[in-house]
Design a protein around this ligand. Structure first.
Ligand code: NAP
Length: 217
């Protein structure tokens, strides 16, 4: 049971979106993805979860967790349905999704329905994630794709919704095509490095913060 926006208690379990990502930096593609998931999946709120130490990335390859966290706070500040968690940036060791989902269930209650939202390429690796099968029981996944993204790789891994591969436990994955994901963090970093504009690709406050701190030069 939780309180709805009107303050009324409601019997249906809380539906929570976790927006998992490195956010190096956060951009409008991420924000549109979270807003679209909120509406399409009737979520009560979306918690942005900047990774502390992404398991597949070397430290030094990306900005510090605190710097990525701050940009995420700046980008989401004006949206009452969004918040940002420090859970992964404060946890020591690699940022495993299973630990995050367990932590959130402790805070919000076991009955909370969790939707882990992230990029399709990250979800594609899900079979290699820590305690993957346990994770499948604890949350559903929303894979955000860029326009023209080919789902063939998901087909090969039997990860498409109607695929029934006997004897195998599978994650529940929903797909969401987001045109704004034509924007990418990699491209933004390259643009800053080459002195090209990033106006309208990231919120103004994020751009100002990037220039002020001299990131990606
Ligand atoms: P990544 O490899 O940096 O990103 C893969 C692709 O997904 C990129 O194209 C990226 O675009 C896009 N993307 C990333 N986050 C997104 C989001 N929230 N919404 C839309 N597109 C997104 O992946 P990552 O950021 O390291 O990892 C993604 C999530 O998976 C994180 O929460 C991470 O902790 C989790 N993960 C967990 C495990 C595990 O539990 N073992 C292992 C790996 C990843 P941009 O570069 O433009 O963002």
């Amino acid at each position: 049971m939780h309180r709805s926006d009107s303050g009324r208690e409601t019997d249906r379990p809380l539906r929570l979106g976790i927006m998992g990502g490195t956010f190096n930096p956060i951009h409008y593609g991420h924000l549109v993805t979270a807003q679209e998931a909120l509406v399409q999946f009737h979520l009560d709120k979306v918690i942005f979860m900047p990774s502390g130490h992404p398991p597949h990335k070397k430290d030094g390859e990306i900005l510090l967790p605190e710097e990525r966290y701050l940009m995420t706070v700046i980008a989401t500040a004006s949206n009452p349905d969004f918040s940002v968690s420090r859970m992964e940036i404060e946890r020591k060791g690699p940022s495993y999704a299973i630990d995050t989902v367990r932590g959130l269930k402790k805070i919000y209650g076991e009955s909370t329905e969790i939707f882990f939202i992230t990029g399709a390429d990250a979800i594609l690796e899900i079979l290699t994630w820590k305690d993957a099968e346990k994770l499948y029981d604890m949350c559903k996944f929303i894979a955000a794709t860029r326009p023209g993204y080919c789902l063939e790789k998901f087909k090969k891994l039997h990860l498409l919704p109607n695929d029934t591969e006997l004897g195998k436990k599978k994650p529940q994955v929903y797909f969401m095509e987001i045109p704004a994901l034509a924007i990418s963090s990699t491209d933004i970093r390259h643009r800053v490095c080459k002195g090209k504009p990033i106006k309208y690709l990231v919120p103004e406050g994020v751009a100002n913060y990037i220039y002020k701190c001299n990131f990606y030069r």
